[in-house]
Design a protein around this ligand. Structure first.
Ligand SMILES: *[C@@H]1O[C@H](CO)[C@@H](O)[C@H](O)[C@H]1NC(C)=O
Length: 200
């Protein structure tokens, strides 16, 4: 009974320790709410200690960290690996893949959807943009980014060719990355619960 109470208390305190979670749909059009291009929402303002939870809602997508100046080029930072969601699942299906990262400060962070292609068409996510580096300017930089595949002659849908040429990650990478993040979260949870239990 005592143990149950302690666990309950520590579970109740956990959200205070870990801050808010910012759920961002990937492969979901933020204007239509349907499966589509980019991030929903495409701009967020988390605080230090908050979590970004990328929920992959359609097709093949990956979230890759870039820079304000070069929105469509990975900077060697965060990379979720390619996440694949069956076409038969709805945009709000339960159990879609989620990858979380903790925000460590309020410096701007810039991301794009590498596997989904279409970065230059606006598949970008601005985290804590500033008054000089705005989300709109980030999107403009993305629109000017050099194409990652031979430019198509039409303005039409070239997503499939882009997607296949910009998804180099082997199929083992996503689950490994997710697992690693999961392990880190698990370790942190364990450590904090332990601390709280000790204090009670
Ligand atoms: C915050 O720090 C952790 C631990 O160093 C790191 O894994 C994570 O990627 C960082 N978050 C961001 C958004 O850079």
């Amino acid at each position: 009974m005592k143990c149950t109470l302690k666990s309950l208390v520590s579970l109740t305190l956990l959200p205070l320790v870990f801050g808010a979670e910012y759920l961002v749909g990937v492969g979901k059009d933020e204007t239509t709410g349907k499966k589509g291009l980019g991030f929903d929402p495409s701009v967020i303002h988390p605080q230090a200690g908050d979590t970004i939870a990328w929920e992959f809602r359609s097709g093949q997508h990956s979230v890759v960290q870039s820079t304000f100046e070069n929105p469509c080029t990975g900077n060697g930072g965060i990379n979720t690996g390619v996440q694949t969601v069956s076409d038969s699942l709805s945009v709000d299906a339960p159990g879609l893949p989620i990858i979380r990262v903790t925000v460590n400060n309020t410096d701007p962070l810039w991301f794009f959807d590498e596997a989904g292609g279409l970065c230059s068409k606006g598949a970008v996510l601005a985290v804590n943009p500033s008054s000089t580096q705005t989300a709109a300017a980030f999107k403009e930089n993305a629109a000017k980014a050099p194409a990652t595949s031979p430019p198509s002659t039409t303005q039409g849908d070239s997503s499939s060719s882009i997607a296949s040429e910009t998804s180099p990650a082997p199929s083992t990478t996503p689950s490994n990355a997710a697992q690693q993040i999961g392990q880190h979260v698990g370790l942190a949870l364990g450590a904090f619960s332990f601390l709280f239990l000790g204090m009670l």
